[in-house]
Design a protein around this ligand. Structure first.
Ligand SMILES: Cc1ncc(COP(=O)(O)O)c(C=O)c1O
Length: 365
């Protein structure tokens, strides 16, 4: 019988061989005083690291982190109004996309996404041997929208195991209301799972009312690389029904999120000042959008920490990227042929500075 999960996973259990000391402490109620079972390098002086980063850094670096990321999950559970077993932490949203594909797909299975969406999805899908079916965005004259009906049709036609939507989307910046997403996922066949990549959700005011919770048949992915500014530490999490996460756990690298990353994530999540970035990004997004629109550029509406320009031709987009590069400024132009007219600009104070704005003024259509 066809299932939502990869065939070999339903037939076998694959328990984590190293649940870790924190799990042992939680299970037994005993606080371990002397840690002689996990072969860390306990006596290393770590002098150079201690001098530079201090003792607490060294202790976190020296020990295997909690594979269950328990403390972090407790914080995330409150934030997202879910139980602990609806949460899985891994090394960023990218690691979670790959994890989903490993859990849901066998080599040769079909997966569906928008043509030109966040390319790591296709990269990981190919890595697990999937066949990718792409669907064009819908240009409504204002935004480039993910075409939910066309995605659904492609899922049904190809009997796909996974459909991927980035919401808000990279690189178009567009987003779908959670009501439309919920309706979409309810119409999916039972053997197909929606991987809903919400790496940018914190930046999208319209999606804030739907921030927490799970959706049946869907894995919601979050990243601490964007709004929480921890891209270098690799932390992300998934929100999904426990029976789905149970299968994801069978293919997860148990120590993927180090103790240092878990601790830093906890500090960032606990501090209300962290999210000041969001107000700043929103201000820059509005200012840059207004400025570039006045110059005659088509600026796509964005629910993210970037704005994208849609230029009249691929050649103009490439010339702009090259010209900026000569001035030692990098912007992003997607490689996908469907989006080669697009140029993506990250929102930060430098995006409102000269010489960036004057170069755009010179090159405006
Ligand atoms: C849509 C999307 N998902 C995931 C990621 C990667 O997130 P992380 O750093 O958490 O792996 C990015 C980064 O650009 C992204 O644009």
């Amino acid at each position: 019988m066809r299932s939502r999960f990869a065939a070999h996973l339903i037939e076998q259990d694959n328990p984590n061989p190293f649940p870790g000391i924190p799990a042992l402490e939680r299970r037994t109620g005993i606080s371990i005083a002397t840690r002689l079972g996990s072969n860390e390098c306990l006596d290393a002086p770590m002098q150079a690291l201690q001098d530079r980063f201090g003792m607490q850094f060294c202790e976190l670096a020296r020990l295997y982190g909690d594979p269950e990321c328990h403390a972090l999950r407790e914080t995330l559970a409150v934030m997202n109004h879910v139980d602990l077993d609806a949460l899985l932490v891994d090394g960023g949203a990218d690691a979670l996309i790959y994890l989903c594909l490993r859990a849901f797909c066998d080599p040769g299975d079909k997966v569906v996404c928008s043509a030109g969406t966040y390319p790591s999805f296709g990269y990981f899908a190919r890595a697990v041997g999937c066949v990718i079916e792409e669907v064009a965005y819908h240009d409504d004259g204002h935004a480039l929208q993910v075409d939910l009906q066309a995605l659904l049709d492609a899922v049904v036609r190809t009997e796909a195991k996974v459909v991927y939507i980035a919401n808000p989307d990279n690189p178009t910046g567009s987003w779908q209301g959670i009501g439309d997403i919920a309706e979409f996922v309810a119409r999916l066949p039972e053997t197909c799972t929606l991987v809903l990549d919400e790496a940018y959700i914190d930046f999208c005011e319209a999606l804030q009312p739907a921030f927490g919770g799970t959706l049946p048949g869907c894995v919601r992915l979050r990243s601490l690389s964007k709004a929480y500014a921890l891209a270098g530490l690799r932390v992300g999490y998934a929100l999904a029904a426990p029976d789905i996460l149970e299968q994801l756990h069978k293919v997860r690298i148990h120590y993927a999120v180090g103790g240092l990353a878990q601790y830093a994530a906890q500090v960032a999540l606990d501090d209300p000042r962290t999210l000041a970035t969001l107000t700043e990004a929103s201000f820059i997004r509005d200012a840059l959008t207004a400025h570039l629109s006045n110059l005659g550029f088509r600026v796509l509406p964005s629910g993210t920490n970037f704005v994208s320009l849609l230029l009249p031709s691929a050649q103009l987009a490439q010339s702009l990227v090259e010209y900026l590069l000569e001035q030692r400024i990098s912007v992003h132009r997607p490689r996908h042929p469907a989006l080669e007219r697009l140029v993506r600009i990250t929102l930060c104070a430098a995006a409102l500075d000269e010489p960036f704005l004057s170069i755009l003024q010179e090159t405006s259509p």
